[in-house]
Design a protein around this ligand. Structure first.
Ligand SMILES: [Zn+2]
Length: 229
């Protein structure tokens, strides 16, 4: 058991060390040591625009010249080199589905002590319960046996800085209004509450008795549970 392996999944490591070692290699490839100087990748949701334009040179700053996808594919080759089939069933071991914001600062498996195969992770902008999240939860429960649902929003979410004007701006830019709602919110706690309500009232889900919602603090790493009432 490596220290990193122990940190990520202390409970059942002996079965999963191979996965952890290969993940560690990938992490070492992507995550520069904090002491290293050089370009930093920062998140600034306030500068969001509807344009897909990316400043020239920004990708080079991240990847050192090659495309980021090439780096991912190369990392995958190393991952596959160390990979052995764990022989897992597709059904999540813990019978839980976690719905979370896609925010890059949230490492769901590490933050929740989850190991490979433990859960379904369903992520989108905001971690909001959209029709497509209900679709995934329905399949998760009816086809793959999960019973519990955990909803996670977080502090400093980009959705708090957007409004439905985003859709209008998009329409002005591209000439077509998106069919989807932005699902922006002002209060993460309240959005967790209404998200729990959407899950609990869905007619498609088999299990709605164990639905809990949290806000993840990106500064402390702690979850704060939201009272559904
Ligand atoms: Zn977010």
């Amino acid at each position: 058991m490596t220290p990193e392996c122990e940190r990520i999944h202390p409970f059942r490591c002996p079965l999963r060390c191979v996965w952890s070692r290969s993940q560690q290699a990938a992490l070492a490839f992507f995550v520069p040591p904090h002491s290293r100087t050089g370009p930093r990748v920062t998140s600034n949701v306030m500068s969001m625009t509807t344009s897909a334009a990316v400043p020239a040179g920004s990708e080079d700053a991240i990847t050192g010249g090659g495309s980021v996808t090439e780096r991912l594919v190369e990392a995958n080759q190393r991952y596959a080199d160390a990979f052995t089939d764990p022989g897992m069933d597709a059904r999540p071991v813990l019978g839980v589905a976690v719905v979370s914001c896609m925010d890059a600062r949230i490492d769901l498996h590490a933050a929740l002590g989850l190991a490979l195969g433990d859960c379904h992770t369903i992520r989108n902008a905001g971690g909001v319960v959209t029709d497509d999240v209900i679709r995934s939860l329905t399949i998760s429960q009816r086809a793959l046996g999960t019973r519990s649902v955990v909803l996670i929003h977080h502090t400093g979410c980009g959705l708090e800085s957007l409004t439905e004007e985003f859709r209008h701006d998009l329409e002005m830019e591209v000439g077509q209004r998106p069919s989807w709602a932005v699902e922006s919110f002002r209060d993460a706690d309240q959005d967790v509450r209404q998200s729990m309500q959407r899950v609990r009232t869905s007619p498609f889900l088999l299990h709605t008795d164990d639905v809990r919602g949290f806000v993840f603090d990106v500064k402390t790493g702690l979850l704060r549970e939201i009272d559904p009432a």
